[in-house]
Design a protein around this ligand. Sequence first.
Ligand code: AMP
Length: 463
Amino acid sequence: MTTWQEFIKDFSEMSIFLAYNINVDAIKVLRSEDIQKLIDEFGADKIKKRLDEYPREINEPLDFVARLVHALKTGKPNAVPLMNPELNSWFDSKFKYETERIGGQVGIIANLLANLNFKRVIAYSPVLSKKQATMFVHRKNLLYPIIEDGKLSLKMPLEAYREDDPLKINRIFEFRKGTVFKLGSETIEVPFSGRFIVSSRPESVRIEIKEHLKPFLPEIGEMVDGAILSGYQGIKEHYSDGKTADYYFEKAKEDIRLLKKNKDVKVHVEFASIQNKKIRKKVVKEIFPLADSVGMDEAEIAHVLNVLGYPELSDRIFNYNRIHDVVLGGKIILDEANLEILQIHTIYYLMYITRRENPLSEEELRSSLELATTLAATRAFLGDIRNPGDIKVGTKIPYNEQGEFVKLRFEEAKRRLRSKEYKIVLIPTRLVKNPVNTVGLGDTISAGAFTSYLALLREKGLY
Ligand code: AMP
């Protein structure tokens, strides 16, 4: 087993490129009174009716309350885009946020990897306002690419921000297991800790690499050991200037090809909850096949299978979360998208699915997942990972109580499904009972898993 200390040593020689999404996360922890006040204001009947309609966008406050109640009832984390910018002031007058911190997968992963002492983290987002720049950790290994005198130059974000760039704020409502509230005559107890995200989608923020930087992507690809791409969920179907999702997906595909032009740098795509089915389908059908590695959680695997044309399997995973179905679904995604590796994180376990020919042994793959869950547990316990030494905390968090049961079910599933052509490994998660925060844990797992996977390939001289 490769230990976390050995991985940290490897990381100090590795560089990673990240694109496309950073934002500010405004976090509000919901107490029972906050929820009850909202329900009383809007009325249980109206909320239930809207809940049945299951709005996929927030256009008015009732959409928000209904989807929030749904998240609280199921305890499932979810994100819904805010389409009507006029509601910004409604949210800000209604809620007082406890903290503001860097968000977006690029923001979260950049700070994590920089604090883990990677050689270089090149973090790109098409917008970089001053507020966002100040929220990055101020370390020399965290850099933002700009073009100066026709050449690529890597600067610390505080030397690279643009005063007039727009700001994207996501509002995150954290909820705690065991919180009780009443919806009409029904008493609801929140079954799991988690969060509900209202993500802002300013029209001016486009998911893209700006044209002037594009010609330098092959050079960036050569400089790094891997790229983690995320944020496709922010692409809209139409824009007021006539551009469409197709336009941005063509650009996004071109970005991956350019990164890989001079060197076959491995690309990880981090999937996120995408409410719009057309956009979701484009990510799965057009972006996944260009990636080497993909990461997602259990709700997302169901969503992906749905757009791939497996609605029954998707429903089963959504409703019952059986390991057997997840293994089956994972194999389908690996094959359909022709991935090298698929990583799935759930509350009770982490899983890798690769092909039998993958050069890493099962034990090596498990040690990569082990690093991933240890990082997540550290973040859940401390709220943040400020330096590699913090990881000791994560190693002391026990595996969850379902761990042994999960392993048994997994062995059973492997026997029942013919999986000779695959290498599939699973480890139980180290689960913090009262997490300081749950935001960014999935991103932490995926970043830790992908980079440690690359480290293992490098150690063997295979990459
Ligand atoms: P996501 O839904 O993509 O944000 O991923 C959340 C993941 O974080 C889960 O699948 C778990 O593996 C992990 N996680 C969630 N809660 C905790 C916790 N309290 N302690 C440690 N890991 C957690």
